[in-house]
Write a protein that binds this ligand. Structure first.
Ligand SMILES: NC(=O)C1=CN([C@@H]2O[C@H](COP(=O)(O)OP(=O)(O)OC[C@H]3O[C@@H](n4cnc5c(N)ncnc54)[C@H](OP(=O)(O)O)[C@@H]3O)[C@@H](O)[C@H]2O)C=CC1
Ligand SMILES: Nc1nc(=O)c2c([nH]1)NC[C@@H]1CN(c3ccc(C(=O)N[C@@H](CCC(=O)O)C(=O)O)cc3)C=[N+]21
Length: 284
């Protein structure tokens, strides 16, 4: 491996540009504000909440945490979302997902005003990603992958990119964003025949399956760039791991993101950028 693509330098560069924009908004008396709605205490929600709070506050932005009980009713959740919608001092709203089983996640997402949909969960945001139009926002993690590749000067125009995973949160939007950058995208999933072949022919591989060791040495070849979106808890070794067999693959490929300290740390910076953009749109 020639290059370990860490997230921190990317987040730092994004943050430097953001600080100026936050400053200009402050001159107009506006503090970009993010409301985060959490149901229950899922560990990865708490991790994200902590990281996002630190990032936003560090940039001079404000964060409001709304915490609902694990067993809360759908109406209570919808009420919290409506409150964020109607509060002019809130510019962006993040609803942690997945929600507990008894709640209707699709209905909750649709309740959110698309102007404040900073994690791209509404239909308006999805259409914006699909049609390369500016309606709501792209899902932060999908956009973080593209920011990371740009920061490390990985060429996308004409590149062959294989995306593994087709969820609405990451796989599909990242495929759309990369396609909008003139990459030729192959989208793989659990029914893909010969995943190894589809991965080996790519210049860039993005993996978002939620399954450790999805990408193994037989899936890669020298010269490739690998982005590992996965966040999994390895019970046996008591550590965070991605969806990629890092130890097996890193020696073969040209560049790879670590987990932790890779895509995850860029995700919070992209979230902050979305909140600032929502605040800018609200005053202009
Ligand atoms: N870094 C960050 O900031 C964030 C990281 N994550 C992490 O990203 C990962 C993916 O999340 P998410 O997209 O929500 O997961 P989902 O479970 O919603 O989707 C997983 C996708 O991977 C596909 N898949 C599963 N197993 C395989 C396999 N063996 N080979 C090929 N494809 C496979 C599935 O295929 P099919 O459609 O056929 O079922 C599905 O499309 C998780 O580890 C999650 O923790 C999530 C949010 C933020
Ligand atoms: N609507 C919604 N969108 C999400 O994007 C979302 C979500 N719900 N629910 C929870 C998961 C989890 N998630 C993380 C993002 C960044 C880090 C992150 O910053 N990780 C650091 C480590 C932080 C630490 O360990 O303290 C890193 O990778 O280096 C972690 C977790 C986003 N999620």
């Amino acid at each position: 491996m020639e290059l370990e693509m860490r997230g921190a330098p990317v987040a730092k560069a994004l943050g430097a540009k953001l600080a100026e924009r936050v400053g200009r908004l402050a001159d107009e008396g506006v503090v970009p504000t993010l409301a985060m709605i959490r149901v229950g205490d899922r560990p990865d929600d708490l991790t994200y909440e902590r990281a996002a709070t630190k990032r936003c506050e560090g940039l001079g932005m404000a964060v409001r945490r709304v915490v609902l009980h694990q067993d809360c009713a759908q109406e209570e959740l919808l009420g919290a979302i409506r409150e964020a919608n109607s509060d002019p001092s809130v510019h962006g709203c993040l609803l942690f997902r997945p929600l507990p089983e008894h709640l209707d996640e699709a209905q909750a997402c649709e309740e959110l005003a698309f102007q404040k949909d900073v994690d791209g969960v509404t239909r308006a945001s999805s259409f914006g990603v699909y049609a390369s139009q500016s309606l709501g926002f792209s899902p932060c993690t999908a956009e973080a992958c593209v920011c990371l590749l740009d920061h490390y000067d990985v060429a996308l125009d004409g590149a062959r990119v294989t995306v593994v995973g087709r969820s609405l949160v990451i796989g599909r939007p990242v495929a759309m964003l990369l396609q909008a950058r003139d990459a030729t995208v192959t989208l793989c999933h659990s029914h893909t025949v010969d995943l190894a072949g589809a991965c080996r022919e790519a210049d860039v591989i993005v993996v978002a399956t939620g399954r450790p060791n999805t990408l193994r040495p037989e899936h890669v070849r020298p010269g490739q760039v690998v982005v590992d979106v996965g966040i999994n808890w390895d019970e046996e070794n008591q550590r965070l791991v991605g969806d990629v067999d890092f130890e097996g693959i890193a020696p073969i490929v040209r560049a790879i993101t670590p987990v932790p300290r890779g895509v995850g740390s860029v995700t919070t910076a992209v979230l902050a950028e979305h909140v600032v953009r929502a605040a800018e749109r609200s005053v202009r």
